[in-house]
Design a protein around this ligand. Structure first.
Ligand code: GDG
Length: 500
């Protein structure tokens, strides 16, 4: 209906995410520049973008920023402006204080405010309009994550010629939880505007499909959902996804299935093999007083990550005398996150109080129980930490995937190190030889930590080899190519007879 408005800027492949994959930097002299932000998504999509002459639509991260579209490292970046109000209502409010806690099994109570929802609709429409304006005829748009769940439908309404994909990076909750959301039907309808909806785990895709049946009554079969075609315009386009069902009704077929995300595994191994990074790992251990066992936690400071449960288990092991502060030390990197949202401010206070207590109770002049670091670090330093850690603790209460678990595994080319991994992180579906734990079970968690600390070398190596194989084979390039293959090559069985 509305072809691209500017043919000079008609991109055949467009990615849409809340944030652009760059960070804005303000220099001492007041000038601005952009630096590619390190992340798996950029790494995965960079080659695809270059080959397909793609564009990326998103926010620069600064309120009221009106930067014009620009090219960076060979990718076309198209900024969407968010006002200070949008940031407060759509981003900090609805995205991070409604959807985030709701989708993570209400670990923190979600807040429902109608003005946050209204802002979510307005901002989603702005992203959809932008995508509609710059995507070439019959092009492909890939929308990312929970901040933009209404974009697929809004985009299809304007541009039925497009192939639209959506990937949800966080969990999708069971219906009993999802159904709390006052706007539950609108969100499901928004997502169903896509041709393929990707989730981290099979269970997430199942939860979504059940919500579709419960709320809209659409027929579903396995990973395929039949969505009745409403607008005549939809029939003309993307014919390969339209089929005729009972009573001569036309339906669009939408696929909802798991595509577990991953990391650039080779890049992590390459860093881990660098002599300077290995030297840095030795320095880190020395700085900690060369304890027998270094344990590590790396998380954004978020209530979903189970940092408190981890600290509780470690504190009790020290109190029981099962573990000695001279032998075992815990390094906890808690990178600052969403610092303007109250739940995050409270969490920080709680964690820092606990760390202070444990260190006060059990530390000695020469040995600290917990080295707590409320900073972000360069990736090189993260890899040095992974190499320095005998035990990696991932104790999330709910986590879409958890890339830290995969990064630890990818870095351990020495086939050593033990991963303690929550069964509530998506990664536990794949990393079957990790020591899998239920972080709510503090006794069980303590036992797993002790098992990790005492694990013989041969067992560590056997478990790590199996995990490494998995992460190397299923890296992030494989993730994006399998999603895009499903998106762009619909199965023959769904084809509409030529006569139509
Ligand atoms: C969401 C989902 C899903 C952390 N601190 C520093 C730093 N990091 C890096 C880690 C890792 C990334 O940030 C965190 O990724 P996670 O997957 O662990 O968690 P979320 O941020 O919650 O991500 C999650 C993911 O999306 C992808 O789909 O797996 O479930 O919640 O890469 O290394 N990196 C650097 N310095 C730090 O201080 N350089």
């Amino acid at each position: 209906k509305n072809p691209p408005t500017d043919s000079s800027a008609a991109f055949p492949f467009v990615v849409v995410s809340n944030r652009l994959p760059v960070d804005r930097q303000v220099h001492a002299d007041g000038t601005l520049s952009f630096r590619t932000s390190p992340g798996g998504l950029v790494t995965a999509l960079e080659p695809v973008m270059r080959e397909a002459d793609g564009a990326w639509i998103g926010w620069t991260g600064s309120a009221d920023d009106e930067t014009d579209p620009f090219e960076h490292d060979g990718i076309h970046l198209i900024p969407v402006t968010l006002t200070a109000d949008d940031v407060e209502l759509y981003y900090e409010g609805f995205s991070n204080d409604t959807l985030w806690p709701l989708y993570h099994d209400v670990i923190a109570p979600p807040a429902y405010h109608r003005e946050w929802w209204e802002s979510y609709v307005t901002v989603n429409q702005r992203f959809a309009d932008r995508a509609a304006a710059v995507t070439a005829e019959n092009g492909t748009v890939w929308v990312q994550d929970y901040q933009l769940q209404l974009v697929p439908k809004m985009l299809r309404e304007q541009r039925p010629d497009l192939t639209i994909g959506f990937f949800n990076h966080i969990p999708f909750p069971a219906y009993g939880i999802y159904s709390q959301l006052p706007w539950r039907t609108q969100i499901i309808e928004g997502l169903l505007g896509a041709d393929v909806i990707g989730f981290q785990r099979t269970a997430d895709a199942g939860n979504f499909t059940r919500a579709v049946r419960r709320l809209l009554g659409h027929q579903t079969k396995g990973t395929v959902i039949d969505v009745p075609v409403e607008a005549e315009a939809e029939v003309k386009s993307a014919k390969h996804r339209i089929s005729r069902v009972r009573d001569d009704k036309l339906v669009r077929t939408v696929v909802a299935k798991a595509f577990p995300i991953s990391i650039d595994a080779a890049r992590y191994e390459e860093l881990a093999r660098r002599p300077d990074i290995q030297e840095r790992a030795r320095e880190i251990r020395e700085g900690l007083g060369n304890p027998k066992v270094v344990m590590l936690g790396v998380d954004r400071l978020d209530y979903t990550k189970g940092i408190g449960h981890r600290l509780k288990a470690f504190g009790e092991l020290l109190a029981d005398g099962t573990v000695d502060v001279e032998d075992v030390t815990l390094v906890q990197v808690a990178s600052p996150s969403r610092e303007r949202v109250t739940a995050y401010q409270n969490l920080r206070d709680e964690i820092e109080l606990t760390v202070g207590r444990i260190n006060g109770d059990f530390g000695t002049i020469s040995h600290t129980a917990i080295s707590y670091l409320h900073h972000g670090y360069p990736r090189e330093e993260m890899v040095a930490l992974y190499l320095a850690a005998d035990v990696m603790l991932v104790t999330a209460l709910r986590d879409g995937m958890n890339l830290v678990a995969k990064e630890y595994v990818a870095s351990r080319f020495d086939n050593d190190g033990v991963l303690v991994l929550s069964e509530f992180a998506g990664a536990s579906d794949e990393l079957r030889t990790a020591l899998r734990v239920n972080p709510h079970d503090i006794e069980g968690l303590k036992e797993s930590i002790l098992q990790a600390v005492a694990m013989p070398k041969s067992e560590r190596s056997r478990r790590m080899r199996a995990m490494r194989k998995r992460v190397q084979e299923n890296d992030v390039a494989r993730w994006s190519s399998s999603f895009l293959a499903t998106l762009t090559t619909p199965s023959d069985g769904l084809a509409l007879p030529k006569a139509n």
